[in-house]
Design a protein around this ligand. Structure first.
Ligand code: SF4
Length: 360
């Protein structure tokens, strides 16, 4: 006779489902009311439902503080008031305007995305998160933010701050280093959405605001939180233990030499390849060891280059140690593809932040 056993949870169900469904209406109600009364309203990208402006702010805000983004956002819009003007601009100009925001792949994707909107969507951003997520540089969470802010779509965001809020709210026990567990949390995030599309902008902004303010990584201010009483991690007194994410990024170290060539106030710059670190930016020639640099310097001048203090630069995956060597040339020479750039013209070139600092 066959024996009956309890169904095992599948990828689309788990023990939290009932809890999340019961929590959803109250959670959304409280969050929306709190955002309307206490959340952020005055940021320039909150004064519009134009997907171009919202998209621009969302991309800039990835990995960059609001206070830094404000000035860039205004300057970008002054120069590129529409998605078409951005699409029609030369990539070098976009990269130059992005200088100082870091993570330049965002600027390249921004330009590519604007061109796709111009060429494939008649200059209008698509109106659903699913279509938005097909564009360059727009991930699932960013697509959802744009669609909920601009088109009231009922779709969930799940960036780092939101993972923290929801991870704590549900005392979510899955390790978010695992993509299966992340998917589980996405599913719960979808269940928590408010019933009315009209509430989506306040709800989405509320999650962002809560994660950026009260529900901080360290010492969350649970007593002021609109969802205290619903929050399981707070109830257990273990908020800081969530979300769970075990994987640690492995960092490596890279050491290279920078040849700073100067002639009559001009500096020699080379454009970096289209892929890899600092792709498309302008840099001093880089060498993997000092001997290579000295050989190049010797071919250009009789004097040896002057060693300057090393520059330490931390990137996402590695620590970069750069050793600048400065050589003033008496006679102009062109060591390869590149350009002699007058100091006054440096601002027109997209330079990596540490080089900008070095050249003063
Ligand atoms: Fe975060 Fe505390 Fe609010 Fe829970 S009660 S969501 S831990 S601030």
């Amino acid at each position: 006779m066959p024996t009956l056993s309890a169904p095992t949870p599948t990828a689309t169900t788990d023990a939290l489902d009932t809890t999340v469904a019961a929590l959803a209406p109250d959670f959304a109600l409280r969050l929306v009311a709190w955002q309307r009364q206490h959340g952020r309203h005055a940021l320039p990208w909150q004064q519009t439902r134009d997907p171009y402006r919202v998209w621009l702010s969302e991309i800039m805000l990835q990995q960059t503080q609001v206070t830094t983004v404000l000035g860039y956002y205004q300057r970008f819009l002054a120069r590129f008031p529409t998605v078409r003007t951005l699409a029609d601009a030369h990539l070098d100009e976009v990269l130059a305007m992005w200088q100082g925001l870091g993570y330049y792949s965002r600027a390249r994707n921004l330009h590519r995305c604007a061109q796709a909107v111009r060429d494939q969507h008649g200059g209008e951003f698509p109106r659903t998160a699913a279509q938005l997520a097909e564009l360059s540089g727009i991930g699932r969470s960013t697509a959802a933010a744009i669609a909920s802010f601009c088109f009231d779509e009922r779709v969930a965001i799940l960036d780092g701050n939101v993972k923290r809020v929801l991870g704590r709210l549900l005392a979510f026990d899955g390790d978010l280093a695992s993509s299966a567990q992340e998917k589980r949390l996405w599913r719960h995030a979808e269940t928590l959405l408010p019933a009315a599309g009209a509430d989506m902008p306040s709800y989405t902004q509320g999650l962002m605001d809560l994660g950026a303010s009260l529900c901080a990584t360290r010492s969350p201010q649970c007593l002021l939180c609109p969802v205290q009483g619903l929050c399981e991690a707070q109830r257990r007194g273990v908020a800081e233990q969530f979300p769970i994410k075990t994987r640690k990024l492995k960092r490596s170290r890279r050491e290279q030499w920078w040849l700073w060539l100067e002639h009559e106030g001009r500096i020699w710059l080379e454009q970096r390849p289209a892929t890899g670190v600092w792709a498309g930016l302008w840099s001093l020639p880089l060498f993997d060891d000092e001997a290579q640099l000295l050989a190049q310097a010797q071919a250009l001048a009789a004097t040896a280059p002057e060693p300057l203090p090393r520059v330490d630069h931390a990137l996402t995956h590695f620590d970069w140690v750069l050793h600048p060597r400065r050589l003033v040339l008496e006679r102009r020479a062109e060591p390869g593809p590149g350009a002699w750039v007058a100091r006054d013209d440096l601002a027109r070139y997209a330079l990596p932040a540490p080089l900008k600092k070095l050249l003063g």
